[in-house]
Write a protein that binds this ligand. Structure first.
Ligand code: 5GP
Length: 125
């Protein structure tokens, strides 16, 4: 049973438009399942967003409704992007915001990759 109907997905959200090439982005990685591009308002020396190509709003939507191949492809793309960015050795942080409490701004699933400096505490107090 789908957690959220696909009809709830807004096909005109910013990341859908980036996927379709209607809005430019600085892509660092892409494959059949995902694309990765620099965040327009970076919060760290390296700040890249990885998004699945499919129309999923959130982690809950994606994990409940995406195929095994889409899920595997997306997870692998996050790892491949971090490696490509040279972050494996110095380390990096992954973040996925979901919903109002996490201040999710764009309703297309995305994982933030932060790197290039000490990340400090996990969450502000
Ligand atoms: P959220 O708060 O939803 O987890 O993060 C959304 C992220 O998307 C923010 O870090 C924001 O800077 C980034 N963003 C919003 N609009 C654009 C855009 O048009 N292009 C790019 N590259 N990033 C964007």
């Amino acid at each position: 049973m789908p957690v959220e109907a696909l009809g709830d997905y807004d096909p005109n959200n910013i990341f859908a438009r980036i996927l379709r090439g209607e809005i430019p982005s600085k892509r660092v990685y892409e494959d059949d399942w995902a694309i990765a591009f620099h965040d327009i308002n970076p919060q760290a020396p390296v700040h890249v967003l990885v998004i699945p190509r499919g129309p999923y709003r959130s982690w809950a939507d994606f994990s409940a409704n995406a195929s095994e191949a889409e899920i595997a492809g997306f997870v692998r793309a996050v790892g491949a992007t971090a490696r490509l960015l040279g972050l494996e050795e110095p380390g990096y942080r992954l973040l996925a915001n979901a919903g109002v409490h996490a201040h999710q701004e764009v309703p297309h699933l995305h994982v933030h990759i932060f790197g290039g400096r000490q990340m400090g505490a996990m969450l502000p107090r």
